[in-house]
Ligand binder design. Structure first.
Ligand SMILES: NC(=O)c1ccc[n+]([C@@H]2O[C@H](COP(=O)([O-])OP(=O)(O)OC[C@H]3O[C@@H](n4cnc5c(N)ncnc54)[C@H](O)[C@@H]3O)[C@@H](O)[C@H]2O)c1
Length: 270
């Protein structure tokens, strides 16, 4: 019987970077499974339409707290507030992250001139942000003797980006996907193992969920090249990510820790 294994009724979940593209996907999956969710997001960050819609449907089951994951004091203040208002978190989804999508209008650079500041910023948010939120929230879980932490990785934690996906884009310099993105995500996968082994004896499970590319506004030429590389035939739909998250968050995965669950349609199997 698997009846209640995937339920999260009245558990408190924390999702960082909750108001962007994938944040609302995680939030909706958790709320649907019965959890109450604390959405941590930078003060003043743009709020996606998906999050706004969710705010209306989730009602009291969703509360937002300002938080900069690169700032320890900001994390502590957010966690104090959410514990006061909702209770102790049982689930943490480390989702906040930065990437440099091809349509971001960012200045392009040759690899030999790549600004180290850009590299540092990605490591700062994607790796050190995940580390610091894990320190604050995970330590509370370890003290209580239970919890599930899901770090959001990426297919680029395992493989290098295929730069040919972008070679149709106009510009004086070719668009290069940042060398820092995959490096920061690979480090998150490794850090997942660190905390899984450190806190396993304290009842805290720590896993990575590594999505492949998710549908959302990509141009047709990119889509055609990307889709041709995916054994399951295309990019992920947001719904494809929900089951894997609920699995890792819930008792359905009670004996799973230190695992990287790749949800990429088989991209990294090829
Ligand atoms: N979208 C994809 O196809 C895809 C694929 C694989 C992995 N991912 C990963 O999923 C996660 C979410 O990606 P997304 O596509 O929703 O990106 P997004 O840019 O739409 O959302 C990221 C959110 O994180 C927030 N954020 C950034 N810096 C922060 C900080 N210092 N403190 C708190 N919040 C901060 C942003 O404001 C934003 O709302 C990221 O970790 C990303 O690397 C995304």
């Amino acid at each position: 019987m698997t009846g209640g294994l995937f339920r999260l009724d009245d558990q408190i979940a924390v999702v960082t970077g909750a108001c962007g593209k994938l944040g609302p996907v995680w939030v909706e999956a958790l709320v649907d499974a019965g959890a109450r969710v604390a959405a941590l997001e930078l003060a003043g960050a743009p709020v996606s339409a998906a999050y706004k819609k969710l705010k209306d449907t989730a009602g009291e089951r969703l509360r937002r707290f300002d938080c900069d994951v690169t700032d320890r004091r900001s994390i502590e203040a957010a966690v104090e507030a959410l514990v006061r208002q909702l209770g102790e978190p049982a689930i943490l989804v480390n989702n906040a992250g930065v990437d440099q999508p091809p349509d971001s209008g960012g200045n392009r650079s040759r690899i030999d001139q790549w600004p180290v500041e850009e590299f540092r910023r990605m490591v700062e948010v994607n790796l050190l942000g995940t580390f610091q939120v894990t320190q604050v929230v995970g330590a509370r879980m370890a003290a209580r003797g239970s919890g599930s932490i899901v770090n959001i990785g990426s297919l680029y934690a395992s493989v290098a980006p295929d730069q040919r996906f972008y070679d149709h884009l106009p510009g004086d310099l070719p668009f290069l996907k940042s060398p820092a993105y995959g490096a920061s995500k690979a480090a998150v996968v490794n850090m997942t193992n660190y905390f899984a082994t450190l806190w396993g004896p304290r009842g805290v499970r720590v896993n990575t969920l590594s999505p492949g590319g998710v549908l959302g506004g990509q141009d047709e030429q990119f889509r055609a090249k990307y889709d041709a590389r995916v054994p399951l035939g295309g990019m992920a739909r947001p719904e494809d990510l929900k089951g894997p998250l609920v699995f890792l968050a819930s008792a359905a995965s009670s004996y799973v820790t230190g695992h990287e669950l790749r949800v990429d349609g088989g991209f990294t199997a090829w």
